[in-house]
Design a protein around this ligand. Sequence first.
Ligand code: ADP
Length: 486
Amino acid sequence: MNKKLKVLFVSSEVDPFIKTGGLADVSGSLPIAIANEGHDIRVVLPKYSAINEKFTQNMRHVINYTVNLDWRVQPVDISEYEHKDNEKNKGIKCYFVGNDYYFNRNNIYGEYDDAERFGFFARAVLEMLPKLDFAPDVIHCNDWQTGIVSVFLKDQYKCYDFYKNMKSIFSIHNLRYQGNFPPEVLNIIGLDYGYNNADALEFYGGVSYMKAGIKYSDVITTVSETYAKEIQMIEYGYGMDGLIRKRSDVLYGIVNGVDYDKNNPETDKLIYANYNKDTLDVKKYNKEKLQEELGLPKRDVPLIGITSRLTEQKGIRLIDEAMEELLGLDIQLVILGTGEWHFEEMVRYMQSRWPEKVAVYIGFNLEIARKILSGSDMYLMPSLFEPCGLTQLYSYKFGAVPIVRKTGGLADTVRQYNLHEKTGTGFVFENYTSWEMMNAIKYALDIYLNHKYDWIDLVKRNMGLDFSWTSSAKKYIALYKKVISK
Ligand code: ADP
């Protein structure tokens, strides 16, 4: 059956328009991979004021309407942008839900009225469809910001012919962020108090948008097979493991892919000089330029990169614990990130104490992120949990070998290096301890320093790995077909 599917992909962040993390990378590249397979997939996201003018100026206004939220009547204006990032790809339609009151804010999340903002977004998305005369077979929602879409669809819209056959899929990119709010938000978004019930949206005294997505969608996915198993356990379930176990018959793990048109050292315009696996000397040049730009001495020592949110999830605590031992080694460490203030302070302290060894950039900077990839020998990801993780996949392509904890997507995409068999793709440790992390780092350093040819071999092999979206996109398409046929 080669039916052309109609899919609406709903996300709160989409690269290149707006990005705070991996969700944007996925939302920016998975729909394109699905469109390339011949399907009509369209993307919808809020029109935040932070979206760059170069996009907003090229948007076409398509429709206006109003949405009722309790007693409020809120205007919506939908703009369309034909997103085609290169000639090879099919262009896809992206719709932007505009409303100045909700989306002209300093932050994209973390506002006092997020429940209302994303409740509004969900309703605006569903109301938009008949006005555009677009009736998707599947509405694919992502993370808590879009969780409430499935509730509205199932309980308030399916009674209308237009919506009757639509199915919903909910993808969990990170179960830790749940969108939990006081029950009073139900009134505001137009759901009655009956939803404040353990069988509906109630979650430890509040209501949860994540729970909404998990409970009310036809199918649930998450971004790696291991994470799909982990979130059914108490350690990783953040209170939702019981609910997820109950729905495990419709839970699927599909690992994220990489868009190699955007993440490729051969073509990347942001790095110092382009290279591939046959021109690794140019990678050395990138390392020297990175050292120069970040104020590190130009020395030929192993350079470990970290680009990460500085949060508990990312294992920054292990670096804190191992700091003395780690920086007692003859290495350099480059850290780019923002996050919890105590971790920001900690990495700043490391820089001030070991200025010859540590360079820190606090902030969110796509250019520096690429430059670090191009200049690093290794990439450190000691995550407490990691739904998929993308940086390890990027680091393969840029010739930086990942050092990771065996959890979630890291467990699925990084295989332990074995010097004798010359197999594996990185350095993996199992338990969340700084001791195990240091062992993995020391093993990596040993290969780098004492087995140079094997190291180069490993780097070249990794640069040839293929984690492109094609195979995962096909898995999503198969899942769309399965849910439609139910
Ligand atoms: P998560 O979504 O949990 O933050 P992922 O590894 O899935 O982690 O994706 C993170 C994405 O955000 C990657 O593309 C990474 O390079 C990018 N990123 C994270 N922190 C920064 C930062 N401070 N500056 C630039 N890019 C960043």
